[in-house]
Design a protein around this ligand. Sequence first.
Ligand SMILES: Cc1ncc(COP(=O)(O)O)c(C=O)c1O
Length: 451
Amino acid sequence: MRGLEAFPRSLALVERDGKVLSGCARSPYYPLVVRSGRGAVVIDADGNDYIDFSAGAASLNTGVCHPRVVEAITDQARSLLCYTIGYMYEEASVELGERLCAVTPGTFPKKVAYGLSGSDAVDGAVKFARAFTGRSEIIAFRTAYHGSSYGALSASAISLNMRRRLGPMVPGFHLFHYPICARCPFGRREDNCDLECLKDIEEAFGLYLPPEEVAAVLFEPIAGDAGLMVPPARYVRALADLCRREGILFVSDEVQQGFGRTGRWFAIEHFAVEPDIVVLGKAIASGMPLSALVMRSEIADALPDPGHIFTLAGGAVSCRAALATLDVIDEENLVETSERLGKVIQDRLKAMKEDLPLLGDCRGLGLTIGQEIVDGDGKPDRDACAKVCFRCWQGGLILTFLGDNVLRIQPPLVITDEEALRGLEILRLALEDYRAGSIGDEALRFARGWS
Ligand SMILES: Cc1ncc(COP(=O)(O)O)c(C=O)c1O
């Protein structure tokens, strides 16, 4: 375990950072200053190394600096960085469009629109849905996070700090309960659930929300920042059926769960639903700024230019990085790795729980795993979570948490079994230290976390 004296450069940089960068864009867990890395190993400013269980918030599915991605970027950079495709044409954006249409669910004709972040892509999905349907209203979910631009934020409900003093939001968004069965807002259990959360939407359709005025349902196929909650398949299918009956577009926000993260190329495939619009970001270009909407052609054709245009979107370097990302995921069988290794990690966590009762519910699909930390009464224990993550950092593991008490385990898909097990061992030692009361309150000074 490394004491704070092992991080002099890191701590100095954190101090400089605080003087010059707004704190609005960071929810820190510990003073990790990333300098470099390779695959699932990260090196900090003091030369300390870490196993990575975060993958840059699920944006580095191919790991840090995958050589093929780096090569594609440098090759492209030598001839052209970016020449706006807002006015001109360029090959990498077309080639990537073709690949994205082929890899996303549904065999119907599709087209792509590019952006620079998951947030702007979510805004785009709303624009396309409104333009195509001629309807204005959007259904989204409580506890969802779709991004930080005003449109995406209007569809999100996870943090008061994201809303406080920032209103008014974009009109037309209606937020319903996400099917989080462990905390069913209707007091149901699996054996007596009658999809009350879906009926809630249907009831709204009869009372105050005319369904013929609803353009789209914006859905996270796993509630990511709510704590990596997996919805029941029958709910997702019933929601898609409801959309079809009412002429509402089904939008799958795959920004966090896409590109093999869940053991499928896209998380919505677990539910056998073919979305009308797929929203992509984060891992699409292994860390280069790029987002994409992949949608039915007729939806893409409904929005005339310049209805959704960004000067640098679909830039050549980002598109080449994305093409290399697709190749790496495909050729290194990372979707299969994600499914297999995800089970290994979940089984190991469940075995650890026998000795460590502070490990609560564990769930997830593939390499997107949420592990709850609970107190003696089984209640969420945020301080324990913060301290455990802090101790993991000291022990050489990058691990973060969501909400009050969910450890967020989303390593790069290139992580080896040996690295994953080493990471879990660091976590086990941190949990034992917490149980022994040997993690001081200094951890809480650093950890704000994502809430
Ligand atoms: C599901 C989901 N959608 C959208 C976004 C926003 O993406 P970005 O931060 O790239 O704007 C995020 C970011 O965490 C996300 O998890």
